[in-house]
Every structure is written in C-alpha cells, then in structure tokens.
Design a binder for this molecule. Structure first.
Ligand code: MG
Length: 263
C-alpha cells in the first residue's frame, strides 16, 4: 500500500526515521518473508474466471494460517484483505465481484502484520496479455524497482533510489506516478521517510544501516496523472491506460541491500 505524497519538496526530517535494532530487523525478516511467499503463491494462482474477492480470500487464508494478520484490512477503513488493481487501476483497488479476464493486467499488493512488524510487497501479473507494449511496461516496472534497490546503500542519499527508478521508466517511454510514493515501514505500515519514484539524485536523508523502506514504483503506460474513484480508494490513470506496480520491503545494511520480501 502506498502513501500519498506530502513532503517531498520539503526537506525530510531525518530525526523521524526509525532505525531498527538487530532484534527488530529479525522480526521484519519474518514478516517480509511471509509477505513475499504469499505474494508468489497468490500471483501464480491468478487465472481468468476468478473474482478479485476470491484472490483476496486466498491471500487472507495464507496470511492468517501463519498467525499473521492482513495489514491493509481496516487500515484507514480499507475494506479488503489485499489491494487488487486491474488494468487502469494503479493501486488500492478493492477486492470484490470483478471477474479476471484474459488480457488483464493485475497488480496485487500484500501487507502482513506479524509479531508487531509490517511487511509490504506488490507484483503485477499478466493474465494472457498479448500486447507487447503492455508486457514491456510491466517488465520495465520490475526493472525500475531493481535499479532503485541497487542505489539503496549506506551513506547514499534517499533520492538516488528515486532517480534510478525514474530513469529506467522514462528511458523506456513510460510514466512514473508522482501522486503516491513508497515509505518507511516497521512497527507502523507507513513511517518516514517518503520514498518517491522520481527526483534528482543526491537529495533527501542519507541512508543508514537499520533503515527499512518499502520501495514501490507505480508506472503508467500513458500519462502520469491519476485520480481516485468515488469509493475513496481506487486510484486510476487519468487517461484510462494500464498501469503496473512492483514493491519490496528492504533493509539498508552494510554491503548489499537486504530484500526482506524476496520470498
Ligand atoms: Mg507500500
């Protein structure tokens, strides 16, 4: 689940960023691992004819079977166990009676709460999609996340991640969503800092060992602009063209970044 952009243009207050202690990182490994495994199992189960409610119930069963809870359910009143966003839906789609059809682009966003810590991860599934440009958009979104994570290094600046994501996406001819951003994560689903998917490099807080972030590019096929439907949640593209979303929860540590939701 993404955060609404509030303060990228201001300096982010580094003192608000919670650095996790080793035992807290251990708990985040467990919640992240669960989120990643649920993501992979659910993503591989999506077939035409399923309703989005059925997909969400499957995810919820997997999460609850391990003693965790669905982190999004009830979060600011969100009514679903996970977010499922189809085609022109960018993020925060509410599971329901919608039937998945051949040709759908299905973004699945999972949040788990296990032993007091959150894990957050997303992927986009192509359900019999044949349009090569749409397939390319989804691959580019995944690659932009990987490029961002390569910049997630101790002493690097936060916006190095943002800038790398943007470079991959715009270099491939697609648009980065700016209205919503990634976020710190830990004992709260959304912590400081905000993690935008665009911006100049070398800005924002310096990354420190023990920071845990949810990095989550949202990429639109057409224009970057979005709007929120009357349900108060579902974010859609302004031009009705499709969108993709990938997300990992990561820990900044000495050496290579640790992907907590690798699965
Ligand atoms: Mg998130």
């Amino acid at each position: 689940m993404v955060a609404a952009l509030v303060n990228w243009l201001q300096e982010q207050d580094e003192s608000m960023i919670v650095l996790k202690k080793p035992h807290e990182l251990e708990a985040m490994r467990a919640s992240g691992n669960l989120a990643g495994r649920v993501r992979d199992r659910v993503a591989s189960s999506v077939v035409p004819g399923m309703t989005t409610a059925e997909i969400a119930d499957f995810a919820g069963d997997l999460i609850e079977a391990e003693g965790a809870t669905c982190a999004f359910y009830g979060y600011h009143g969100f009514p679903g166990k996970i977010c499922i966003s189809v085609n022109d839906e960018v993020v925060h789609g509410i599971p329901g009676p919608r039937v998945i059809a051949v040709g759908d682009v299905v973004s699945l966003d999972f949040g788990v709460l296990l032993d007091g810590f959150f894990g957050d991860t997303a992927t986009t599934v192509l359900v019999g999609v044949t349009d090569p440009e749409v397939i390319r958009m989804v691959r580019v979104t995944q690659r932009s996340l990987e490029a961002g994570l390569e910049q997630a290094r101790v002493n690097g600046k936060l916006s190095n991640i943002s800038h790398a994501v943007q470079g991959v996406v715009e270099g491939a001819g697609f648009s980065v969503v700016r209205d919503f951003v990634g976020h710190g994560i830990g004992r709260s689903l959304h912590e400081d800092p905000q993690v935008p998917n665009y911006g100049r490099a070398g800005r924002g807080p310096a990354l420190k060992s023990g920071m845990t972030l949810a990095v989550e590019p949202m990429v639109n096929f057409g224009v970057a602009g979005t709007r929120v439907l009357e349900d108060g949640w579902t974010v859609v593209t302004r031009d009705g063209k499709p969108s993709a979303h990938f997300e990992h929860t990561i820990a900044i540590c000495e050496g290579e970044v640790e992907i907590l939701t690798a699965g």
